[in-house]
Design a protein around this ligand. Sequence first.
Ligand code: HEC
Ligand code: CU
Length: 393
Amino acid sequence: MGTGLVRRWRLIALTLLAAMAAGCATGRLDATKPVGQEAQDIDGLMRLSGWMAVGVGIFVAAAVTTIIVKFRAKPTDDPDDLPPQIHGNRKAELTWTIIPTAMLVFLTIYTLPEVFALAREGDGQTIKVEGQQWWWQFSYDLDDDGHYDIVTANDLVIPTGEEVNLEIHSNDVIHSFWIPQLNGKKDAVPGRIHEWLISSDEPGIFYGECVEFCGLSHANMQMRTIVLTPADFERWKQEQLAGQEAAEKAPDEGSPESAGATLFETHCISCHVVDGPYESAAGGNANLLAGIAPNLTNLMSRTAFAGALYETYQIGPDGEYLRNPDGSLKLNLAELREWVRNAPDMKPARADNQQGMLDFSEVLTDQDLDNLMAYLQTLGSEPVLPATNAGAG
Ligand code: HEC
Ligand SMILES: [Cu+2]
């Protein structure tokens, strides 16, 4: 190889390495800054084994280099004269068996208790997590009576300082739930319930992704965990329940909201539930091919929509939420409207409206869309944002 070629290869190798390293921390998905106890424990093990591997790597590279240099052929060597042939050296064999074994035993001693610790049941509440192509649903049974009192999507809201148990389900194919800063990955497998624990002592918004390839919009199947102080979490719960009551009241007749509600009854409730979860007076909750559609009762209380692919509210250049003069959050109306007009254009879904949100671009007029937007804005109050996290950056 000419030196030019060597240099080019070196550059390619370096670029690849940098790209791989960047993969561990691509902006919002950051596995290198663990926050939850479980994520910290996993990170500790990663670092321990990583540094041991670095040590082994350096030792092997140094040994190979030394041997190459020291035992290289010399000009004075007779090419027909072989060096003394040796088979088996007890000391050497024992050394390179015992040292790696000791290292593996050492790692096992650290890893095993952690495996069990990660599998334990937490002492906090249980939340049902359902993956389906291509969004996540979260259901809360507040009084443990087997009936889900709050059903929401995209935003998993939990309090600080509580070991929250997740019951992970899938309604179609295999997905995997991962909030890198809070814990490792856990698969969602059809027909099974996988238990998983997450916790955080810090309020904040922690981003996640489906990490098991699950079809066309797999990369657009995101979610976030919103960690609130216990007081804020309580407020969030009350607002969710209040949103259900409010959604049951019909908007004032003659208003755009009322016209929107009528359109919603015509076009949307075959899939979407609004008002008390699973007890929609309009008989919503139709099952789609692959599952259900997001419950829209408290749509406005979520920071994101469409598998957290789009922000419900506008975010400024520094990641902070933009506000109206009256202090309320600025709705991302343009994208929400476009979503309702032609969702498959905003997020790839199976062709011919066979699954997922429909394309309404031929069905709804501009006026219809305005009215629907007015109605959707009555669904729930603003999200409760974490105290220390002003933005979403
Ligand atoms: C055939 C079933 C179906 C119909 C009909 C339907 N939707 Fe949807 N809708 C979905 C599915 C499925 C999703 C989730 C899609 C995704 O994230 O990939 C969705 C998502 C949404 C979302 C985003 C919610 C969130 O939290 O992510 C909004 C808003 C919405 N639909 C509004 C409407 C409106 C308004 C209508 C009526 C004009 C309507 N939908 C009709 C199936 C449907
Ligand atoms: Cu998935």
